[in-house]
Write a protein that binds this ligand. Structure first.
Ligand code: NAD
Length: 499
């Protein structure tokens, strides 16, 4: 059985804690490798290396740091197939999806090539007699990130690319479910010229995370994952005096107005609800048609599209719509929630419970489900299912529809499908959710904008990537200087002479 390593000080290092987690092939259910779970001593060792390496890296000029990013982009493109295959093997998503995962991370690396411009400071000449004032953005030192299983390439790159471009060292604690791609990324960026010790990957579980939270050298923590863990990390990280940003779970609503193009809306819902087996934080999990007639037309269009979805292993080709979910426990949780929906009175109009894939009976595949007549008191509405299950909540009016999305505890993404510009504008203005699509079901901002939800989907005040990342990974220092020659030459400005 393959035993994965940590990546510490530029070397693949075996785990010494004696603790391991199984890595499954989600398509077959077999354990394909094991990953070491770091002890707090192993984490401390990585922090010491990072701290030493960062001193020199923080003084490297931003243009040279940007060149490492440029080369890293080339290497990501060179190894795209290899990365996508490794990603699909552990995560289960299709190869086109896996390539998208790498590509969206790569775009953040491209943005970071702009580090020399993004890190430029401000200068005020002659702020007083002989006085000049300037501000600079400086690296924090050692930074860390804790990432989820569902985007094992993109989310680590969201964090480590700007952190490193700003001159920090970064310790990544990736998900223990699919750590191979993060390890490959660390090797690749060193091939691009990054000094050893600046990006390290320490695999682990709660023990490794707690070691990050309590280490006094680590200056900042980025987290993406479920809301209960986000809340825990934010609380403990902040009380330890760190800069912390945590991104949590989601329940994204899509409102379908009576005037929407119903074919376009149905296609969008199928892609956004079932793509990647619903394991996206920006997946649409609630459809809110406005009016019974809209709901009936929508359901009629959705059923045949959902029944046509091809579910299978990534090895079956690029026409597979989605693969297995990540673990047997995730599959069981989804099926339990489906049962709760039925018990609480929702109508299951597409029933995926008996889905079976010949030859892959032990894989973690879940058939596509569509619920109608879901109400806000049901668990399938309140909880994040993170699987191929779409719930339809019928709203009598636009006001009721927007109210549903606004009252939900999560606020990651949302969308409205309509031809009515007035309704679309009102929706975009009033909604209390961070990312909004107008006839766009998954409104994920590009790398040069910022990504982040509102409400219980986020803890902290700066978003991922875009200009916010350069603020999160630096602190501002403002210098005021005074030189005697300036005072002699200019003297005090004579305002009287202006009268
Ligand atoms: P998770 O919360 O189980 O795990 C995320 C990370 O936290 C992993 O590295 C894991 O090892 C660590 N962790 C787990 N339990 C912990 C504990 N008790 N103490 C300390 N650390 C712990 O999340 P997941 O299942 O890997 O990912 C799915 C979740 O991530 C979903 O809720 C999804 O919505 C969310 N997500 C959010 C965004 C976003 O941008 N808002 C993006 C992607 C995923």
């Amino acid at each position: 059985m393959q035993e994965l390593t940590h990546y510490i000080g530029g070397e693949h290092v075996k785990g010494t804690s004696g603790r391991f987690a199984d890595i499954f092939n989600p398509a077959t259910g077999e354990v394909q490798a094991k990953v070491p779970l770091a002890s707090s001593d192993e984490m401390s060792q990585a922090v010491k290396i990072a701290s030493k390496a960062q001193i020199a890296w923080g003084s490297v000029n931003p243009q040279r740091r940007a060149r490492v990013m440029m080369k890293f982009v080339d290497l990501l493109n060179r190894d795209m197939e290899k990365l996508a295959e490794a990603l699909s093997r552990e995560h289960g998503k299709t190869i086109p999806d896996a390539k998208g995962d790498v590509q969206r991370g790569l775009e953040v690396v491209e943005y970071c090539i702009g580090a020399p411009q993004l890190l430029k400071g401000e200068y005020t000449d002659s702020a007083g007699p002989g006085i000049d004032m300037y501000s600079m953005r400086q690296a924090l030192g050692v930074t860390a990130g804790i990432t989820p299983f569902n985007f094992p390439a993109m989310i680590p790159m969201w964090m480590f690319a700007p952190a490193i471009a700003c001159g920090n060292a970064f310790i990544l604690k990736p998900s223990e479910r699919d750590p191979s791609v993060p390890l490959m990324l660390a090797e690749l960026i060193e091939e691009a010229g990054l000094p050893k010790g600046i990006l390290q990957v320490v695999n682990g579980d709660k023990e490794a995370v707690d070691a990050i939270l309590d280490n006094h050298v680590i200056q900042s923590i980025g987290f993406v994952g479920s809301t209960p863990i986000a809340e825990y990390i934010y609380g403990r990280g902040c009380s330890n005096g760190k800069r912390v940003q945590c991104f949590g779970g989601a329940k994204n609503h899509m409102i379908i107005m009576p005037d929407a193009d119903m074919d376009q809306a149905a296609d969008a819902l199928v892609g956004a609800g079932y793509g990647a087996a619903g394991e996206r934080c920006m997946a649409i999990s609630v459809a809110v048609p406005v009016g019974d007639e809209t709901a009936d037309r929508l359901i009629e269009k959705l059923i045949p599209r959902i029944e046509k979805l091809k579910v299978g292993p990534y090895t079956a080709g690029d026409d597979i719509d989605y693969g297995p979910v990540v673990t047997a426990a995730a599959k069981q949780n989804i099926l339990n929630l489906v049962e709760s929906g039925l018990a609480q009175g929702a109508e299951l109009v597409v029933d995926g419970r008996n889905f079976n894939l010949q030859g892959y009976e032990d894989g973690f595949f879940v058939g596509a489900h569509l619920f109608d007549r879901v109400t806000p008191d049901m668990d399938i509405y309140k909880k994040e299912i993170f699987g191929p299950v779409l719930s339809t909540v019928r709203a009598a009016s636009y006001e009721e529809a927007i109210g549903l999305a606004m009252d939900h505890e999560f606020g990651n993404g949302t969308a409205i499908f309509t031809r009515d510009g007035d309704a679309a504008r009102d929706f975009a203005h009033r909604i209390n959710i961070g990312m909004v699509g107008i006839n766009v079901p998954i409104p994920v901002p590009l790398a040069y904008h910022t990504f982040g939800g509102w409400k219980k989907s986020v803890f902290g005040d700066l978003n991922q990537h875009g200009p916010d990342a350069f603020k999160f990974y630096t602190r501002t220092k403002t210098i005021t200087s005074r030189w005697p020659s300036g005072i002699k030459e200019g003297g005090e400005f004579n305002f009287k002479a202006m009268d």
